[in-house]
Design a protein around this ligand. Structure first.
Ligand code: FAD
Length: 486
């Protein structure tokens, strides 16, 4: 490759540092070489994001053929399907994450990509800091003020999506999200804080009810699984410690849609609703949350369909996705000679062809031409394969990553487009029961729960976590969940 990486180069420009992959070109511009890390033959593949797509791609790329550079504000991968379990202490946080440095990458930069210059093949980055404690996904990474640029031979955009708040007042400030381990930790702390607050002799009956009302907004698999895990925590563990408070506990799922779990058959969705009904979890469909405000220790929710505000100790928000700010920026800008990156009209995601290559539209009205942006790929939640309506799931993101990894290792094979293999959809419903649906079969109850646990175990990334996860499940089964607040 013309841009083969021979070294890392650096230049100080005010407070902007430039790291570049093309030694000769950089030297001619007066850039100083500071370290030599790789061979002439290897291509420098820069991956933006350490989620299902980015992390799986970094694992799939051959270190013998490519220099793998990963850039993400998050120095770890999060196994999102286990976040709900982690938020109630069924497993420990460490079992749901994988540090990216374990991949033996050529480089990892803890930074946020703020812009891309496709002509110069460079990415503008802002170094970020992590807050040790509650790293809330919605708060976003904390900028450090240090900016630098990184060059690429091939670029893969895998920055995922953010939570959509639909501009509802108070959601950003008061609701909990469930996208990162920091979110799980915060939820665990808040649930336990609500119980301790309600247990105080000075707390009135009215306030006990408000504090121990747990509201979940969004009836998709994430909201449903969180409500189910919370039910297990309350009934299997907290009921032994706070027996007098059990009569005040309420879990409600609100959704604006007419039904929850829309991706499941009616039969399975009804099974879930009936089970929740028996467990006392309320499912309120066609309910619009309009505002959340804080009053003393608790929150007050304004629901359009209810005459009076409803008190709650916690609101967990899990409805819809919106595009990452980087994607919003990229799809809006003009690229010389290529026009604009094509964006999906429904989701705002980056349109890619069936080889995951980013597509652009060049020219003006009546004379438009579709082009492929050279050496730039997009995978995961931030991308949309043209003509396909793949869901925003870990399954799709990881399969795209493995496919692209193979393609980049061997060289793009035009005859091998990406094909999605649907392994089915699952949701945990509490009390060791789940639902599973695939093209060939449907399963519900304990058998589906065994399948659910087996699937998560086999899909977890490292051998370390494949061992840790069943150990935590066993500890929870024998000794109960970890309900320490620290
Ligand atoms: P993400 O996993 O969101 O990763 C994006 C990465 O990009 C992050 O590392 C982020 O820090 C980084 N990033 C963001 N902006 C920038 C930037 N500007 N520069 C550099 N890096 C950046 N799917 C399933 O198939 N099955 C399930 O059971 C399931 N359960 C889920 C449970 C929960 C609680 C959640 C939240 C999601 C679940 N999903 C599930 C969906 C699945 O997690 C997503 O579809 C998947 O994470 C998408 O992967 P991604 O790599 O595209 O994005």
């Amino acid at each position: 490759s013309a841009n083969a990486t021979t070294s890392h180069l650096t230049r100080q420009l005010g407070n902007t540092l430039i790291c570049h992959g093309d030694a000769k070109r950089a030297r001619s511009r007066g850039v100083r070489t500071y370290t030599s890390t790789t061979s002439e033959k290897k291509e420098r593949v820069v991956i933006l994001g350490s989620g299902w797509a980015g992390y799986a791609l970094a694992r799939s790329l051959s270190p013998n053929k490519t220099d793998r550079v990963l850039i993400s504000p998050r120095s770890y991968f999060v196994f999102t399907p286990l976040l709900a379990s982690a938020s109630v202490g069924t497993i420990e946080f460490r079992a749901a994450i994988e540090p990216v440095r374990r991949l033996g990458l050529t480089d990892y930069h803890q930074a946020w990509a703020s812009d891309i210059d496709f002509a110069r093949k460079t990415i503008r980055l802002e170094a970020t800091r992590r807050d040790d404690r509650a790293t809330r996904s919605e708060a976003g990474p904390i900028p450090s003020g240090k900016e630098f640029e990184v060059g690429y031979d091939k670029l893969v955009i895998a920055v995922g999506c953010h939570s959509q708040t639909f501009g509802v007042e108070g959601v950003k400030e008061h609701a909990c999200f469930l996208r990162d381990v920091g979110d799980s930790r915060l939820i665990r702390l808040k649930v336990l804080k609500a119980f301790e607050g309600a247990a105080l002799p000075s707390t009135s009956e009215e306030d006990k009810k408000k504090l121990l009302h747990f509201a979940v907004v969004g009836g998709g698999p994430t909201g449903i699984e969180f409500a189910a895990e919370l039910f297990d925590l309350v009934h299997e563990d907290l009921s032994k410690m706070y027996p007098a408070l059990m009569k005040y506990v309420n879990i409600t799922i609100y959704d604006i849609a007419p039904k929850v779990l829309p991706m499941f058959d009616k039969n399975l969705a009804n099974y879930a609703i009936e089970m929740f009904h028996r467990q006392g979890i309320k499912v309120k469909t066609e309910h619009h949350l309009q505002r959340i405000r804080r009053v003393d220790d608790h929150l007050m929710l304004k629901i359009k369909e209810e005459p009076e505000e409803v008190g709650a100790g916690i609101v967990v928000w899990s409805t819809g996705l919106k595009q990452n700010p980087l994607v919003e920026k990229l799809v809006g800008q003009e690229i010389e000679g290529f026009g604009k990156i094509l964006k999906d009209s429904k989701t705002g995601g980056i349109i890619v062809d069936e080889h995951m290559r980013v597509q652009t539209e060049f020219g003006s009205n009546g004379n438009k031409e579709k082009l492929t942006l050279p050496d730039v790929f997009a995978i995961g939640d931030c991308s949309v394969v043209e003509g396909e309506g793949f869901p925003n799931t870990a399954q799709v993101a990881s399969q795209q990553a493995v496919y692209l990894g193979r393609q980049l290792n061997k060289g793009i094979d035009e005859n091998k487009p990406f094909r999605f293999r649907n392994w089915g959809t699952m949701a945990y419903l509490g009390s060791w029961r789940a639902i599973h649906q695939s093209a060939s079969d449907e399963l519900k109850g304990k058998a589906a729960w065994i399948l659910w646990r087996t699937a998560y175990l086999t899909k977890s990334m490292s051998i370390r976590n494949k061992l840790l996860i069943p150990v935590y499940w066993a500890i929870t089964w024998i000794f109960g969940r970890d309900i320490s607040r620290f």
